[in-house]
Design a protein around this ligand. Structure first.
Ligand SMILES: [Zn+2]
Length: 718
């Protein structure tokens, strides 16, 4: 009998001995998916029933030591002999029950089964019988899939979601031992759809007060009401499906599809309140997406999940632009994506499409990484992150601000890149979760132009600073409420010691910031009186008499060279304010230095941000400091056995141009890792290279050196 069983038994014995007393109810045990560490998925296609070798596939997934396997159940296509009307069977299913066979094969190997569903499309036969299930264009036409044009888009506001999908879940739940349900492609975190079906017309009439705009437009009152109604419906459907999932197994759960990284429109904080398990379907990157895209996804998801399960899908195929579903992406890219998944605290979910691959290269990539993970599993059981910096995740600004003028994620990306270059460890905190409980453990809160910010969030930030927290804010932070209604004065302006003195100037090139006096935030700029200026700025004045450490030199012509001289070489308009507020420090940049850094890559702007963060933190050492060459992203965790430091090597020419094909190993990294007073570390081990590292402990500070990082290293301190 283990300790938990002993405790449970003695609690039961106590309850039995005192039947009249109110029973002491222990916290329910964690659901199975809370301890799951590895997931696999083979996405069936319609032809797979002709040839799919269930045993071979089950053996493959077992060799990866996955805890759960996604198996296609139905929705668009049933892979079992369904009796639900208009639930379309695979044309090649014949007498097979591919779902049942694969589910049984997984279960026989001790692997949990998650039924992979798709609620987004159905067929002509369903359209004829149930025209009310389907989305309509403005002219009443049903919406066809853009590639598979024989499929029609179903509507979330229709009974397809509240009757047909639950009927399918119930049939699967009754016939098979299914541990959970997952829906591909729904609800997503992107823009809201606008549909003209009868259900939606009724919603517009009765709840919205008119037809909402088709594009995201938070200035429009109809859009705002539709946003609330849309989120209400989304959560209603989520809760219904979760309840249906639990009908046959109480520890089952419904899992929605929530990939999207930092680019969100839907309210993640609200979804986080109903989601027992957050799956980020964020399978890879394309175009100029930065390499850290997956780690960022982990930070976003953690900011709303409060320690609950988060998975992230890694596509083993090439989901680049263009996409190739049936060739693998390079092993180095795939591995780094899975490494980011686990480093940022998520559970990896490895995914291939089609049961008869002609490209086999991906198999070993997944097997190698997952086998290593399984062998080191306790070190990936995190209990909390080790950092004292928080970055505000500005959801409303990302969703609504900019409206085509600017890419609203640029501010966050710029700060993020500067933090990586400065080797800071940090968490994201969601703008709607800034309670004292959330923020108390951070020394500083960094706010990258959260232009749209609710009154309550502003109040909480103010309370945080009054309680001793330090603050960085940029540009138009808190100048509008969460929907974009302007305030007469930015809500945190007094905290920043400024008043707004006009409308935003810019974007314009060739403006500068003049260094007026020495300040720790301006360290390392010897030899210049000017720094590159932000493209846009909010003109401000100081509230109190004094001189700003950095002032604005307004833009002047950059061409032709004869014209390139400052028309106003010196102003007293502050470009930045650094001030003490009680025991706190507040730094405010009037310009979009974060975004301008992201667009220009000028290292002065990165250094300025890094210096500012160091000044905000004050004299006390960082909980984790890493010195050495190379671009790294680092995460530190308290784990069940001790601590773990994750080092992701991003030193590659493919940082913003995928795909990574090989690693460029970086040299010695010297680490100082602070553990709580009284804690003695016995062993420091690099888990990827398999080396036990020499270390010194001096009070709480543990010092060691990692000789090299190829792609990813995890150092366990126990
Ligand atoms: Zn509709």
């Amino acid at each position: 009998m283990n300790r938990r069983e002993f405790l449970a038994l003695s609690a039961a014995a106590r309850a039995a001995a005192h039947p009249g007393r109110r029973r002491h109810v222990a916290a329910p045990p964690a659901p199975w998916y809370a301890t799951m560490r590895r997931c696999g998925q083979l996405n069936f296609n319609e032809r797979d029933p002709l040839t799919l070798d269930v045993r071979a596939w089950a053996e493959y997934w077992a060799s990866l030591r996955v805890n759960a396997l996604l198996v296609n159940g139905g929705g668009i296509m049933a892979f079992y002999p369904t009796d639900v009307l208009y639930h379309h069977r695979s044309a090649f299913l014949g007498t097979r029950d591919l779902f049942g066979e694969m589910a049984a094969a997984a279960r026989a190997r001790g692997i949990r089964v998650v039924a992979r569903m798709d609620c987004n499309y159905s067929w002509e036969e369903a359209l004829q019988a149930h025209p009310e299930w389907f989305e309509r264009d403005r002219d009443g036409q049903p919406r066809r899939h853009n590639e598979s044009t024989w499929l029609f888009k179903t509507c979330m506001f229709s009974p397809y979601y509240t009757e047909q999908m639950p009927a399918i879940y119930r049939e699967i739940g009754k016939r098979y031992a299914v541990d959970s349900f997952f829906t591909n492609g729904w609800p997503s975190t992107g823009a809201l759809g606008v549909c003209y079906c009868e259900s939606c017309q009724k919603v517009y009439r009765e709840k919205v007060g008119g037809v909402p705009p088709e594009q995201t437009d938070a200035t429009n009152p109809l859009y705002r009401r539709y946003y609330a109604v849309f989120m209400d419906r989304l959560l209603e459907v989520w809760r219904l499906w979760d309840a249906v999932a639990r009908e046959s197994r109480p520890d089952a759960v419904y899992v929605g599809n929530l990939g999207g990284g930092i680019r969100v429109v839907k309210d993640l904080a609200r979804i986080g309140q109903v989601a027992g398990w957050f799956n980020a379907d964020h399978q890879g990157r394309s175009g100029d997406t930065p390499l850290w895209d997956c780690a960022q996804q982990g930070r976003v998801a953690r900011s709303v999940m409060n320690g609950r399960t988060i998975t992230n899908v890694t596509g083993a195929y090439s989901n680049s632009r263009p996409v190739w579903r049936h060739v693998a992406k390079p092993a180095a890219e795939t591995t780094l994506w899975m490494a980011q998944t686990v480093a940022s605290g998520m559970v990896p979910w490895f995914h291939w499409l089609g049961g008869s691959p002609e490209d086999q290269r991906w198999r070993d990539t997944g097997r190698q990484f997952f086998s290593w993970l399984a062998a080191q599993e306790p070190h990936f059981r995190n209990t909390r992150s080790v950092t004292d910096l928080a970055v505000l995740f500005p959801q409303s600004t990302i969703a609504f601000y900019g409206a085509g003028r600017v890419q609203a994620t640029d501010y966050l990306q710029g700060l993020y890149a500067a933090l990586l270059q400065g080797r800071f460890l940090f968490d994201f905190v969601h703008e709607n979760d800034l309670s004292e409980k959330t923020l108390a453990r951070y020394r500083a809160l960094l706010v990258p132009n959260a232009a749209y910010l609710a009154d309550e969030s502003c109040r909480q930030i103010r309370a945080y600073v009054q309680a001793g927290g330090s603050l960085l804010a940029t540009f138009e932070t808190a100048r509008y409420n969460e929907w974009g209604d302007p305030r007469s004065e930015p809500a945190l302006a007094d905290l920043c010691g400024v008043t707004a003195a006009g409308e935003v100037v810019g974007p314009a090139a060739n403006s500068y910031m003049r260094i007026e006096e020495r300040h720790p935030a301006l360290a390392g700029f010897d030899g210049t009186a000017l720094l590159p200026g932000p493209e846009s700025r909010l003109p401000i004045r100081l509230r109190e008499a004094g001189r700003a450490a950095l002032t604005v030199v307004p833009s002047y012509p950059a061409f032709p060279p004869e014209m390139v001289y400052p028309r106003t070489a010196r102003t007293d308009e502050p470009a930045a304010v650094f001030r003490g507020v009680g025991g706190s420090r507040v730094a405010y940049f009037a310009g979009d230095v974060d975004r301008t850094f992201w667009r220009s890559g000028h290292p002065d702007l990165s250094r300025l941000l890094q210096n500012t963060v160091r000044w905000l933190r004050g004299e006390r050492a960082q909980p984790v400091a890493i010195e050495g060459d190379g671009l790294l992203e680092a995460f530190a965790w308290e784990t069940q056995p001790g601590y773990a430091l994750h080092l992701l090597n991003y030193t590659t020419p493919n940082l913003t141009w995928g795909l990574v094909d090989r690693s460029y190993a970086i040299g010695s990294q010297r680490v100082r890792f602070e553990v709580p007073p009284g804690r003695t570390i016995q062993r420091v081990e690099a888990l990827r290279s398999g080396r036990v590292l020499p270390f010194q402990q001096d009070g709480p500070a543990v010092r060691f050196e990692v000789a090299s990082v190829v792609d990813y290293e995890v150092v366990a301190l126990t």
